[in-house]
Design a protein around this ligand. Structure first.
Ligand code: AMP
Length: 209
């Protein structure tokens, strides 16, 4: 099964992907995670995208499509994948159709006020990438990852000015994909409000249908 996760930043795509990969046994491919790894490792790609990401803008289509094409050429994706955070523009969706068309696009619908609360409270483990929320999903010990003891940090793009840019970018460039996949008969709309287990339950029900 080839699935795309759509929705605004903070819709819970990463959290639900982490839970869904365990249930479905599919690799979770997050372009945001791939870009963050490139930045952390100081690769030529990382140097190109660092400032764009910190501002909340989108990395150019050309670079993003090349990254996904390379990732989808690897062996572990033969049975399918969950693409989280890609495509984010119509040209990216058109490119993906040529590489490997998705079976379904799952849209996690969440209102802006909730998204802002989720993003501003989000904390991420610097070493393993596990996601927490300071109020809704806190670690056992403040500032420390439950899994590997890594330091929890606030992503540059989860700071207030960048959140605003990301929501504007989402509305202008990514939200049109909902209609785009709808017209192809591939859209599954999920209410993304609630605890992760609740949203996961709705997602599982929808893909079984
Ligand atoms: P995410 O973790 O999905 O919120 O992505 C973090 C940042 O990575 C975004 O704000 C963009 O700067 C960049 N990014 C991730 N995926 C894409 C994409 N499909 N197209 C362009 N930029 C992306």
């Amino acid at each position: 099964m080839k699935l795309i996760f759509l929705g605004p930043p903070g819709a819970g795509k990463g959290t639900i992907s982490d839970l869904a990969v365990v249930k479905l046994g599919l690799p979770h491919i997050s372009t945001g995670d791939l870009f963050r790894a490139a930045v952390k490792n100081g690769t030529p790609l990382g140097l190109k995208v660092k400032d764009i990401m910190a501002s909340g803008g989108l990395v150019p289509d050309e670079l993003t499509i090349a990254l996904v094409k390379e990732r989808l050429a690897q062996k572990d994706v033969a049975k399918g994948w969950i693409l989280d955070g890609f495509p984010r523009t119509i040209p990216q969706a058109e490119a993906l159709d040529k590489i490997a068309a998705a079976d379904k696009a799952v849209n996690f619908d969440v209102a802006d006020e909730i998204v802002i609360g989720r993003l501003s409270g989000r904390r991420v483990c610097r070493s393993c990438g596990k996601i927490y929320h300071e109020k809704n999903m806190p670690p056992k010990k403040a500032g420390v990852c439950d899994v590997d003891g890594g330091e929890l940090y606030i992503r540059d793009d989860d700071k207030e000015a960048a959140i605003k840019v990301r929501l504007d970018t989402y509305r202008k460039q990514t939200a049109p994909l909902i209609e785009w996949y709808g017209k192809k008969g591939k859209l599954l709309a999920i209410d993304g409000v609630g605890a992760p287990a609740e949203v996961l339950g709705r997602f599982e029900k929808a893909i079984k249908k």
